[in-house]
Design a protein around this ligand. Structure first.
Ligand code: NAP
Length: 544
């Protein structure tokens, strides 16, 4: 056996996916002087913002905190129209970034990856696309996203429906005309909740099929004013420092107090300010103990329940819309304006699936235990195979026979939420255990920055393999398993535990230690000479 480093690679860094994370990973790899290329399954860039093009799909993180913050020039050149931008604007922005930094020539679209196999002897990943193209790469960054594989419900007769049927996460490019149509929306997470008010005024009838009610609160969107843009530009350094270091990755000012600082009347007044707070502010600006003190959370839930009762005119519908089985934040709450108001329209109905479950879908519509309803369009707003969905479907085979699809059957094992033992030189920023429940792109940016610095370190120090040791991965997984029970998310209800996918193991799929733990453990690894044994030279690895 040669023991020689095989330099017969097509590209040093191969990025899979041209969404928010993949575009940044490509930019960083090229900027660091690597040859780099991206394979993207869609026919355009944007990732989730390419596929989720249903009416009124939009950010519920502020546009300028979700967008890239590595370049002030980019911020100054792009003008967001709204605090929370819609999908068309987001897709335009991502295309603007790709052209602004001359990335398009490195991106191949319409190239879905179907296998990624590690050739241990050559220390090369052999990546194959559906079209049969093969790319050999030393480093792979799979930015394939946590919300990229649509989940369809297991309902009899799905294929029999003769009308239009679409998942929100795989929306057609030709805009769907809802005018005068009879529409069913199955699912009331952020996607279903955004769609309902967007179409209620043009359809003949829309029925929202709800399994579990959600603590939906208003988005409180606003136009992006010149003054706001200018303020952000003038305070860029402070703004980016906050976004780069705050646990949530938002610009929100926390309340700075525990619930005990206020009496009962003051708390009600405070909850009113929360109701009016922008997007995720209801979580990030709330009392410190909102997510840890059950009594306080229940009090806030009662405040929200009364809001729902005050908005929805039909008391039976209002009660059906009020969650009874989980706290605020135990499921990822939708932040959507005019959701509850939509149920006051004469052409909108709520179908409570816990009372009248779906029996089957057939050629003309949906049959529940109550009755059959005819539809022209059925929308599946039924979410995604979160966290592991894309990676376990990509034919990933690592060292010593590791086959990710079977090795992760009982849940993912990883280090840092972006790498794994037995998967040398393979990174998956934004993957399982990636985000800590805050603003996703800020967490993924941290990961991509660390990954880039790691492969630069390898280049500078003559290493050509990065692979977390069993011990390093074990320490990370112990942190995940120890802290997960302390998080507010419900194993029974949240897709962060895989609870929305039938048969998926209930394993926590976020990083419960948040940004603090992520940086602590990454710093610990990268501050040692060879990353604590995670760096190797291939010659040492393959010589016999
Ligand atoms: P989701 O939050 O997982 O919601 C899926 C919905 O479908 C739930 O209401 C679920 O009910 C229902 N459902 C699933 N299977 C069902 C079945 N067999 N029968 C009936 N109902 C079923 O999915 P999502 O709304 O697409 O949101 C997913 C994530 O995407 C969000 O957490 C967020 O991170 C992101 N997102 C963000 C925005 C934004 O505003 N920026 C917009 C959309 C999505 P149960 O609750 O009972 O499981």
């Amino acid at each position: 056996m040669s023991g020689q480093i095989d330099n017969d690679v097509d590209v040093e860094v191969l990025v899979i996916g041209a969404g928010v994370v993949g575009i940044y990973a490509l930019y960083r790899a090229l900027d660091a002087g690597f040859s780099a290329r991206t394979l993207e399954a869609g026919d355009g860039v944007g990732g989730v913002w390419y596929w989720n093009r249903y009416p009124q799909a939009r950010f519920d993180s502020e546009s300028y905190t979700y967008g890239y913050i590595f370049s002030k020039e980019l911020f100054d050149e792009w003008r967001w129209k709204e605090e929370f931008a819609t999908q068309p604007e987001i897709e335009s922005y991502l295309n603007f970034v790709v052209d602004r930094f001359d990335l398009r020539q490195h991106i191949s679209t319409g190239q879905k990856v179907v296998s990624a196999v590690y050739d241990e002897e050559a220390n090369v990943w052999v990546v194959t696309t559906e079209a049969g193209d093969v790319v050999r790469a030393r480093w792979v960054i799979s930015a394939t996203g946590g919300l990229s594989v649509p989940h369809y419900p297991e309902i009899d007769g799905l294929e029999d429906f003769q009308g239009e049927a679409h998942h929100t996460g795989a929306w057609p490019h030709t805009p769907l005309d809802f005018t005068g149509k009879r529409v069913a929306i199955i699912g009331n997470g952020p996607s279903g909740a955004q769609l309902l008010p967007a179409i209620v005024d043009v359809v003949e009838q829309v029925d929202l099929y709800q399994r579990t009610p959600t603590w939906t609160t208003p988005l409180n969107n606003a136009d992006m004013t010149d003054e706001r843009h200018q303020w952000l530009s003038e305070n860029w350094e402070t703004v980016t420092t906050t976004l780069n270091t705050s646990p949530s990755g938002f610009l929100h000012d926390p309340a700075g107090k525990f619930s005990t600082a206020d009496d009962a009347e003051q708390r009600q007044a405070f909850y009113e300010t929360m109701w009016k707070a922008p997007g995720f502010g209801k979580l990030t600006m709330n009392y410190y103990d909102m997510t840890t003190n059950r009594e306080v959370n229940l009090e806030f839930c009662e405040f929200l329940a009364n809001k729902i009762r005050s908005i929805v005119q039909d008391p039976v519908t209002a009660e059906r819309l009020i969650p009874k089985d989980h706290l605020f934040g135990a499921k990822r709450p939708p932040f959507v304006s005019n959701y509850f108001e939509s149920f006051n329209k004469p052409n909108a109905s709520l179908i409570a699936l816990r009372e009248t479950p779906i029996v089957r879908v057939d050629a003309t519509g949906i049959e529940t235990t109550e009755k059959h309803r005819d539809y022209d369009i059925i929308v599946y707003a039924t979410g995604f195979d979160f966290g592991t969905g894309a990676l376990t479907r990509m034919g990933i085979k690592g060292r010593e026979g590791l086959d990710l699809s079977t090795d992760w059957e009982d849940g993912p094992f990883d280090f840092g939420g972006f790498s794994a033992h037995l998967m040398p030189n393979f990174f998956f920023p934004g993957g399982p255990h990636g985000a800590g429940g805050g603003n996703y792109p800020r967490y993924s940016q941290d990961q991509v920055d660390w990954i880039t610095e790691t492969i630069v370190y390898a280049r500078e120090h003559g290493y050509d393999v990065f692979e977390p040791t069993e011990e390093q991965q074990g320490a990370w997984m112990t942190m995940i398993d120890t802290l997960a029970p302390l998080s507010i998310f419900s194993a029974e209800h949240s897709h962060y535990y895989g609870a929305n996918v039938e048969g998926k193991p209930r394993k926590f799929l976020l990083n419960p230690g948040g940004r603090g733990k992520l940086h602590e453990m990454l710093d610990e690894m990268s501050s040692t000479d060879n990353y604590g044994g995670a760096m190797r030279k291939v010659a040492e690895n393959v010589l016999v």
